[in-house]
Design a protein around this ligand. Structure first.
Ligand code: C5P
Length: 419
């Protein structure tokens, strides 16, 4: 979702049509999505034009479909990057084996694949192909790649195919695809107008100009959360520790290094936040003393050196116990008894919710692409199984938005009662 859009427009779907026989169903798909309240722009691959009439697509979508980057008039009216920004979602249906391969490889050799790379909106694909082509390891590998990039795969369905074979490979029915995409878009803007402050990454606690204490946090989960909040319509400020991640579009990013600087940045921005999500792995301790010059070794083998540490202030705790305060969500990375520690930590730090992460499993958590977490709040617990961090972030934002809305509704009723 582009940061520049207003909150009031119809949902906008960019429909990319691939060159498979199921393309003949796409005029129905356009109608089904429009009848559910979406605006549609159509882009076809060169091969798709052989399967479906562009005049039919123009009639049902109300816009001229496009298929090439080299149409000067169309580019002048809305350039391909603008088109990618315009979209709240990109739906690629039917997605043939060849198109899935091009998408998985990140090619940008036609208008459709270029628009897909240029968008920050969620991408959906509805595969359609011969059963054997679908089951081929190469296709399955491409689908896995796309899933790992955060693409949602809709279908395919099982049944009789145009080629006479039976098995998985049929495109889902247009109504099913329309339902899935439009429903996802409806829940998408659950944080419209809400201001969210996120911390992410590790902190560094310097001992001298070149040495520091830090931890393995990559910042990826926090960045994914900030992006998911932005996509849900929130105005996001991200306070980031030292990480190797590019600044996400449409988010105010403030870079800090130490826990003290992170605390100061949070203190400056928390007054204008409705929700504070503390994902950062803030160092618990810092060296008591900072040496202005690089420490020298003694040169005696086996000599000892002692570094004294003092505890850093707890950022999330100080915010959660102050009044007025935003809705506060913390994170807890644990290597044992994760849930029990999480429950205790939420109560002790007075947080509205906590996301518990068992980091003893190397396949999830710190420095990996996937995560599996449990969200604990005062009304219950939600376990999210292993999935990419972006998908975890989207689910967490849905849950946090619902909890935040419920709290706002409770406050509203309490105020009315007190009057
Ligand atoms: O106590 P523990 O560090 O495990 O708590 C984790 C939660 O507290 C995280 O949300 C983390 O961002 C936050 N935290 C903090 N300030 C600290 C240490 C942790 O805000 N000094």
């Amino acid at each position: 979702m582009s940061a520049m859009q207003s909150d009031t427009h119809l949902m906008r779907i960019l429909l990319g049509i691939g060159g498979g026989i199921a393309a003949y169903k796409t005029p129905s798909l356009v109608r089904d999505m429009r009848s559910r309240g979406a605006e549609i722009a159509v882009v076809l691959t060169e091969n798709a034009r052989r399967f479906v009439a562009e005049t039919a697509l123009q009639a049902v979508s109300g816009r001229k479909p496009r298929s090439t980057l080299w149409d000067a008039d169309a580019e002048a009216a809305m350039g391909h990057i603008e088109l990618a920004r315009w979209a709240d979602a990109v739906l690629i249906a039917p997605a043939t084996a060849n198109l899935l391969a091009r998408l998985a490889a990140g090619l940008a050799d036609d208008l459709l694949t270029t628009a897909r790379l240029a968008t920050t909106a969620p991408v959906y694909v509805a595969p359609a192909m011969n059963t054997r082509m679908w089951l081929h390891p190469a296709t399955q590998r491409n689908v896995e790649c796309l899933r790992a990039d955060g693409v949602t795969v809709l279908g395919p369905a099982d049944g009789e195919q145009a080629c006479g074979e039976f098995g998985p490979g049929r495109m889902l029915a247009p109504e099913q695809i329309a339902d899935a995409v439009v429903a996802a878009l409806r829940t998408q803007r659950v944080l419209a107008g809400v201001r969210v402050l996120v911390t992410a990454g590790p902190t560094r606690e310097f001992l001298d100009p070149v040495r520091f204490i830090s931890n393995r946090s990559s910042g990826r989960q926090g960045f994914a959360l900030a992006e998911a909040a932005r996509d849900a319509g929130a105005q996001v400020t991200l306070v980031a520790g030292p990480v190797q991640l590019p600044a996400p579009a449409g988010i105010d990013r403030i870079d800090v290094v130490s826990a003290e600087k992170m605390k100061a940045a949070v203190a400056t921005h928390v007054h204008t936040a409705d929700i504070f999500v503390s994902v950062a792995a803030v160092a618990d301790y810092r060296p008591t003393e900072f040496y202005a010059q690089k420490l020298k070794k003694s040169g005696r083998n086996g000599s000892e050196m002692h570094v004294l540490l003092e505890e850093n202030d707890d950022i999330v705790g100080s915010i959660a116990t102050a009044e007025p305060r935003p809705f506060v969500v913390g994170f807890a990375a644990e290597t044992q008894n994760a849930l029990a520690y999480g429950r205790e930590k939420r109560l002790r730090k007075n947080m509205d919710a906590i996301v518990v992460n068992d980091v003893s499993d190397q396949a999830i958590g710190f420095d990996s692409a996937d995560n599996a977490v449990t969200l604990i709040h005062d009304g219950g617990e939600v376990a999210l199984q292993k999935m990419p961090k972006a998908a975890i972030a989207r689910r967490l934002i849905e849950e946090i938005a619902a909890l935040y809305a419920a709290r706002a509704a409770r406050k509203h009723t309490a105020r009315k009662r007190d009057r």
